[in-house]
Design a protein around this ligand. Sequence first.
Ligand code: ADP
Ligand code: GN1
Ligand code: MG
Length: 373
Amino acid sequence: MPYNISEIVANFSTEGEIDTIIPFGSGHINDTFRIKITGSDLPGYLLQRVNHYVFVNVPALMNNVQLVTEHLKKKLIKAPGSDPENEVLTIVRTKDNKLFFQDTDDNYWRMYLFLKNTKSYDQVLTENQAYEGGKAFGNFQLLLADLDVTLLAETIPGFHNVTMRLDKFNKAVLVDGKDRIKEVLPELRFIVERVEKMTSILNLGKEGKLPLRIIHNDTKFNNILLDVHDHAQCIIDLDTVMPGYVAYDFGDAIRTIINTASEDEPDLSKINLNISLFKAYTEGYFKSAHHFLTDLEVEMLVMGVLLIPYMQGVRFLTDYIEGDVYYKTYFAGHNLQRTRAQFQLLRKLEEQHAILDQIIHEVSETYKAPSSQ
Ligand code: ADP
Ligand code: GN1
Ligand code: MG
């Protein structure tokens, strides 16, 4: 292990002796470790090295996480039958009462209480899991609806701004520092063909027709912890909670739920759509979100489903062209393989987009008041 984790843990206000330290999870950004405590009922801790290349202002990021978790806990305390300790992340502060610890190599570390008996899934297995995911992310948006947006810092500027993502991509193509453009000409064409269509949500937002809400911005399914009964227990990975359009969160969740293969599947023939999981997620999402969604937001959800795999592909390809500096990669060409898988998923989504839209509208209709006869 490249870090002396015991030394780092010693800076936090923890209880008990460290038993084991286990690298944990499958996130692409942060380094995560589970800290088990010897011979006690304590749940232990989750320690993370926050990726300082991706998140340039870690103090502002941790301030966001503090604000969001505090707000969620306050709301849940008042909700009958809820359990804020286990349903919201709890930050463990350092011994000098800070939200993070900075080591001598300028690494930033933060700690949460470990949520025992929970599981996160890279791929959804059942309709119930998809339904639970939809309900949880919808509820997350609902609970944060009354948090003052201006208090939150933009931890990654323009995170889901497709125009900014395309600008960054174009710059990488012009520089072509690793001489990789020659390998990706079909992908370049794929991106260019869709540019106009993909700016529709952003344009409606700029025109003031879509409301900016506090959203999660990283709703891939493994950012939900499910309990032993597969009920959604806690939304995690709060580093990108910022203002955005709800279609982004819907689209990112669907990107990971509807795909019959993994995000980086090399065999494109395995990438298909699981429509019943899509329907289940949509039903769960509307159960919570129908309280606040406008008609135009409902209208644009399907566009989010197309946009996010597109933008994800653009982001993976930008990273490939720039020499794999952003996402963790596990082999040469990993980011290119991810790009191709995202674009194949997008082709499938484009083919079925009318069906997906119909399902969204059918589910939405079930929440409309019956018209007077
Ligand atoms: P990344 O930004 O790298 O995706 P996450 O914050 O999503 O990091 O954490 C990585 C994994 O660690 C999650 O997918 C989940 O399995 C696990 N995890 C995160 N927070 C907790 C927690 N408080 N309790 C238990 N497991 C957690
Ligand atoms: C990253 O941290 P993780 O693995 O949950 C990325 C997301 C991408 C995702 C693709 C801060 O999420 O935006 O959608 O990989 N997070 C950041 O799997 O860039
Ligand atoms: Mg994550």
